[in-house]
Every structure is written in structure tokens, then in C-alpha cells.
Design a binder for this molecule. Structure first.
Ligand code: RB5
Length: 150
């Protein structure tokens, strides 16, 4: 499983901590920017990462960080096929994989500490989608996406 990451300036430091943690475990990562703490716009990086995850056919997951995790999740969710979840606890992170088949985890660099973020990243990557009744609900989300973009 490859992990594609992105952030704005507000999430940059947290993203770098998460990348270091994933690399130490031998997990393949790709950072699509930003590359410094200079002010930039989170939708630019949300789109880059979301497009790659959507094209990855379930074989790649994304991690996005901004100041709160919220703006970058709203932007990522505009891309077809993306289910981006903004989380700041382990329970939500685990269940958004199990029940929502979330394909991007969003976190806030001004909200969560490095230790918690790394733990959440591990949970997100390792927890499988449960399928079953949850697939029916995902299919309904996909149907909304289709109807509203016709
Ligand atoms: C940037 O200052 C900040 O607005 C952004 O990182 C994020 O928190 C938006 O949701």
C-alpha cells in the first residue's frame, strides 16, 4: 500500500513527522507538497493528492494535513471517488476505514500532536473496510455523487 501525502503550511510540520514515521516502517510514501512553511492554499494540495488516490483503484491511500484538517478535507471531497475523513482521535480513524471505506485521512497540524497523528496514520493504513451493509451505504454516497454531477 502506497501512501500519498500533502499539506498546506499549517499542516506541513505534522506531515513531515508522519512521513518520517511511515518511512521508518518501510512504508512507501510520496509527498506532493507543499515543501515549506511558507503560506500557500490548501485546495491546491488537496486536489493533487485526491486525484492520485482516486486514480489508484484502492491501491493507494492519502494523508492530508492543514491547520485544522477541515479545509483540506472539504476540498479533497470535491474529487469524484474520494471519501476524505477529518479525524483527531483513534476511534474515528479506525471506524472511518471500517464503515466509510475512507481513502484519505485528514488531520490538523494545529489540533493533534505528532504521536497521536502517527498512531492514527498506522490505524488508517492497517484497518480494512468491513464491506457488507456498509458497502450498500457507500454505493448510496456514490449515487449522490453521480446524480449531483450530471
Ligand atoms: C491556514 O491558515 C488555515 O486556514 C488552513 O491550514 C486550514 O486550517 C483550513 O482549514
Amino acid at each position: 500500500m502506497k501512501i500519498i501525502l500533502g499539506s498546506d503550511h499549517g499542516g506541513y510540520r505534522l506531515k513531515i513527522a508522519v512521513i518520517k514515521h511511515l518511512k521508518e516502517q518501510g512504508i512507501e510514501t510520496e509527498d506532493l507538497g507543499c515543501y515549506s512553511e511558507e503560506s500557500c492554499d490548501y485546495p491546491d494540495y488537496a486536489e493533487k493528492v485526491a486525484v492520485r488516490v482516486a486514480a489508484g483503484d484502492g491501491k493507494v491511500l492519502g494523508i492530508l494535513c492543514c491547520g485544522t484538517g477541515i479545509g483540506i478535507s472539504i476540498a479533497a471531497n470535491k474529487v469524484k471517488g474520494i471519501r476524505a475523513a477529518c479525524c483527531s482521535d483513534c476511534f474515528s480513524t479506525k471506524y472511518t476505514r471500517m464503515h466509510n471505506d475512507a481513502n484519505i485521512l485528514c488531520m490538523g497540524g494545529r489540533v493533534v500532536g505528532d504521536g497521536l497523528a502517527c498512531m492514527m496514520a498506522d490505524l488508517f493504513i492497517r484497518t480494512p473496510f468491513e464491506g457488507g451493509r456498509h458497502q450498500r451505504r457507500i454505493d448510496k454516497i456514490t449515487a449522490i455523487e453521480k446524480r449531483q454531477n450530471e
